[in-house]
Design a protein around this ligand. Structure first.
Ligand code: NAG
Ligand code: NAG
Ligand code: NAG
Ligand code: NAG
Length: 547
């Protein structure tokens, strides 16, 4: 008989009282009987709806694998709300970006104020505070980076010599659906033209404007700390909660976790309840080769908790349990009411009228009946919508993504090369290994990607230098070329260490997949493995869909 203590995760059992214990135990027993009976009758033939089948051709091409989301994704790509066309529906729209006409108007205004009308191109130093300097830089950026939008510039400051100015600005890649903003700072070499306008002679690389680096912009820094405890005495009780105990999803792959979490968040949204979010994840070893199952990974390493808190109603689990307990210890005659639901087949529609403060789903049946996402099957599928828009990738990882794109000048083509286990399994993927070998790739890319282009390869091939041969025709980059972005001393390293209470955090396979996915998508041309590099089927021999 499953014990009620196991899913409590830290809550004291006296919180529940004896009656509750009995009630839950009885309920569990009933469910067990029903479940055993049903299990023998029906086989699990779950087919989650596919959010990717409708959207643009590009998305469809990459993501058809999501159909059997929890099992078949090879883990080398992770889709979140910012990748789904139309996946961003809540939250404020981004403010209008700085446009060509804005800059034009500003320039005319500045030039109209020039009194004597002739300027000396040799006059030094360049006065970085002159309004014309910022305008020239804005103009240069608009020309140089058609794939990013800029929103706000800081004051230019002197660079390393008298011909240079450093400047920081707030931007967003056009290909990112989210409204998150990032910061770049670069060094520009300028000249004063005889017309008294400034001209940019040379623009520095990504993050080259070190003197402008300290400049702060509102809404750029990550702040995903758990909000302090609700102080006002009655406010904890005023909300209604949906609490899912840990189920069989714990220690599964990332896409399984995500599929389950989105189901739970969908139910919370449907029932208009605050979802209790456990920030401690366990992810299976399979998604991080060379490791054991990894307990206690922080949700915030992978996802944007700040955005989740804004876009959905959530409360962090430890805080929730503490507040629950605190309330009950302070109000002995007025305990928080809750209802335990231990059968995933109890549909959300049946719970709509539930008055209890806490609706508590437990998942104690044998696998696969203890997966959260099973709540969203059957009848529930018609009413619950997975709220993709609330789940974005960690901004700390996105900073790495932007640094990579920035280093490639926002101008590169990308290649997704699936190797790993699949390349080794000749029975299911007879040609994959040979088709994705460097010589074969060179041959196949000839008519797809122009010579000398920057090419980013998103791949689960971990052998260093494996794709080196492609450098003969292209400028090839893989994730490991950018190790300095997560190495000790990097921004990511110090921020994640702080999040983990001083423990260094490994840049693991799941994070690699997230970064690879996003860089891949920001490329100009995309070449996929299945269907383009090889005729092997994505899921093994004889599984190709006839189209
Ligand atoms: C989904 O994956 C499971 C487990 O690998 C498999 O048994 C099932 O047949 C798959 N379903 C589809 C529709 O491919
Ligand atoms: C630089 O330009 C600013 C703004 O026009 C002006 O206030 C300042 O006096 C200039 N500095 C020099 C040294 O000319
Ligand atoms: C971070 O956000 C919390 C509220 O969620 C706020 O109390 C805190 O002051 C913020 N910290 C910083 C550094 O902005
Ligand atoms: C290709 O050459 C560049 C230097 O030009 C290097 O940084 C990169 O690591 C090389 N790519 C591979 C896959 O070896």
């Amino acid at each position: 008989m499953p014990k009620v203590a196991s899913p409590l995760g830290g809550i004291k059992s006296d919180l529940l009282g004896e009656n509750a214990l009995k009630l839950t135990t009885n309920a569990c027993f009933g469910v067990m009987v029903i479940a055993v009976v049903t299990l023998t009758v029906i086989a699990v033939t779950y087919q989650p709806p596919d959010p990717w089948l409708q959207p643009s051709r590009f998305m469809t091409k990459i993501f058809t694998a999501v159909e059997n989301a929890t099992y078949q994704k090879d883990g080398s790509i992770l889709i979140t709300g910012e990748d789904v066309p139309g996946g961003i529906v809540t939250g404020a729209a981004a403010p209008p970006a700085i446009s060509q006409s804005d800059v034009q108007a500003a320039e005319e205004l500045v030039l109209s104020k020039v009194t004597d009308g002739v300027c000396d191109p040799n006059s030094m130093p360049i006065n970085c505070s002159d309004p014309g300097v910022m305008i020239a830089i804005e103009k240069a950026n608009l020309d140089k980076f058609p794939d990013i939008e800029s929103f706000e510039y800081g004051a230019p400051v002197r660079g390393s010599d008298e011909t240079e100015c450093d400047i920081a600005w707030k931007f967003k890649p056009k290909k990112e659906n989210s409204v998150r903003m990032y910061k770049d700072y670069r060094r520009y070499k300028l000249q004063l033209e005889p017309s008294c306008a400034y001209a940019v002679l040379d623009a520095g690389d990504w993050h080259s404007g070190k003197n402008a680096r300290p400049q702060k912009f509102h809404g750029i820094d990550v702040n995903d700390s758990v909000p302090a405890q609700i102080e006002a005495d009655d406010s904890f009780r005023k909300r209604k909660y949906l609490y899912y105990s840990r189920g069989g999803d714990y220690c599964k792959g990332m896409s399984h976790f995500q599929w389950s979490l989105l189901c739970a968040l969908g139910e919370a949204q449907y029932l208009d309840r605050t979802f209790v979010l456990d920030l401690d994840l366990c992810l299976s070893a399979a998604s991080n080769p060379g490791h054991e199952d990894e307990k206690v990974k922080d949700f915030r390493f992978y996802f944007d908790f700040e955005h989740l808190m804004e876009a959905a109603s959530v409360i962090e689990q430890k805080q929730f349990l503490k507040e629950w307990e605190d309330w009950n210890s302070r109000h002995s005659g007025d305990q928080i009411t809750y209802k335990v639901v231990s059968d995933f087949k109890v549909a959300p529609t049946q719970l709509q009228g539930e008055e209890s403060t806490i609706l508590w789903r437990t998942f104690e049946l044998p696998e696969p009946d203890n997966y959260w996402y099973r709540v969203c099957e059957g009848e529930a599928e018609k009413v619950i919508q997975r709220p993709w828009n609330v789940l974005w990738k960690s901004k700390r990882l996105m900073n790495i993504v932007n640094s990579i794109c920035g280093s490639l000048g926002w101008d590169f083509d990308s290649l997704h090369v699936v190797r790993g286990q699949k390349a080794q399994n000749k029975e299911l993927w007879p040609n994959l290994d040979a088709d994705t070998a460097p010589e074969a790739l060179l041959q196949k890319l000839k008519d797809k990607i122009d010579e000398k282009r920057n090419v980013y390869i998103a791949t689960n091939e971990l052998q260093p230098g494996y794709f080196e041969q492609l450098n003969a025709s292209y400028k090839v980059f893989v994730l490991d070329d950018f190790q300095y972005l997560w190495a000790p001393g990097s921004e990511w390293y110090s921020e994640t260490t702080a999040l983990a209470n001083g423990q260094p955090v490994e840049f693991d396979g799941n994070m690699r997949a997230e970064v690879d996915s996003e860089v891949f998508m920001r490329g100009k041309k995309h070449v996929e493995t299945f269907g383009e590099l090889t005729f092997d089927c994505k899921d093994g021999v004889h599984t190709c869909k006839s189209s």
